[in-house]
Design a protein around this ligand. Structure first.
Ligand SMILES: C[S@@+](CC[C@H](N)C(=O)[O-])C[C@H]1O[C@@H](n2cnc3c(N)ncnc32)[C@H](O)[C@@H]1O
Length: 268
């Protein structure tokens, strides 16, 4: 998923503008310490991000970025640790600048709710779009012998962890490394996603063009803008998750229209 204004590039732009201003300031006020310099740059970058109307969580990130960097350097860790940390972050979050979907995991309450919601006897196929380390799939496959479980994950390290966990737990799930946008959704009875607000609108278009009538799309936490779900399951977990459920109909429309009277489906 590509967006026209990448938040990461905007964050970088804010830091570069702040750096230019602070560099000028430092040249006329050389008595500033490096930490004061970093703090000033952080404050300025935070203001610029705010005025560029970036999402509000970028403001504290921008504020703390350089002071945190300077403080960490002052602690004098061996450079190898930074190298290892950087590689791990790239392997887990390397594609986030493009997908705008970081890794965080579905709670145990979500697994339990899905286990209750999924068909009790009828055979079904299930896919987790962006399956992370595959934990949800392996738990579900243990409780639902009537399901076939698939997952697709773009980040290499979570994918490998998922594969290894699957082998060790002898769980019967098929986890693939790849891009969810290349996955044909027509093969699945139930599609589950726990992504972020960024891709939901375009994901709905893919769902409407590929998923079969009668199949079900479940989104953890993130709604599809302006498309009312058919059902919601509110959960009492640490992040206050809600499962939003859409039953795909033959007339499911990619246009953004509000469904006035959502039909509450019976369990699939
Ligand atoms: C919030 S995590 C959810 C993990 C897991 N589904 C769960 O519920 O515990 C979202 C995952 O989607 C993956 N992801 C994001 N965009 C993707 C894409 N285009 N193709 C495949 N995976 C993607 C991310 O790497 C991340 O691991």
């Amino acid at each position: 998923m590509k967006t026209s204004r990448s938040p990461v590039l905007m964050a970088l732009f804010s830091q570069l503008i702040a750096l230019t201003v602070i560099a000028l300031l430092v040249s006329i006020s050389p008595w500033l310490t490096i930490f004061e310099w970093a703090l000033l740059q952080g404050i300025l970058a935070a203001f610029i991000s705010y005025f560029l109307k970036m999402d509000i969580w970028w403001v504290p990130i921008q504020l703390c970025f350089l002071p945190a960097l300077i403080t960490t350097l002052a602690l004098g860790f061996p450079p190898l640790w930074f190298g290892i940390g950087f590689c791990m972050l790239v392997l887990v979050y390397g594609k986030t600048y493009q997908t705008q979907v970081p890794l965080y995991l579905s709670s145990h309450a979500v697994t339990q709710a899905l286990s209750t919601y999924l068909p009790q006897k009828k055979n079904f196929s299930f896919i987790d779009l962006g399956c992370g380390c595959g934990g949800l799939l392996s738990l579900l496959s243990k409780t639902k012998a009537n399901g076939t479980f698939h997952g697709i994950e773009a980040a290499l390290l979570p994918y490998f962890i998922g594969k290894i966990k699957n082998l060790l737990a002898k769980a019967d799930c098929n986890i693939q490394w790849g891009d969810l946008w290349q996955q044909n959704l027509s093969r699945y009875d139930i599609v589950y996603a726990y992504l972020s607000p960024a891709p939901m609108k375009i994901l709905w278009k893919k769902i409407c063009s590929e998923m079969r009538p009668g199949s079900v799309f479940i989104s953890n936490t993130f709604i599809i803008p302006d498309i009312a779900p058919d059902d919601c399951i509110k959960l009492d977990d640490f992040s206050g998750s809600t499962l939003y459920i859409w039953r795909i109909r033959s007339d499911s429309d990619t246009s953004v229209t509000k469904i006035q009277n959502p039909v509450i489906p019976e369990k699939v």
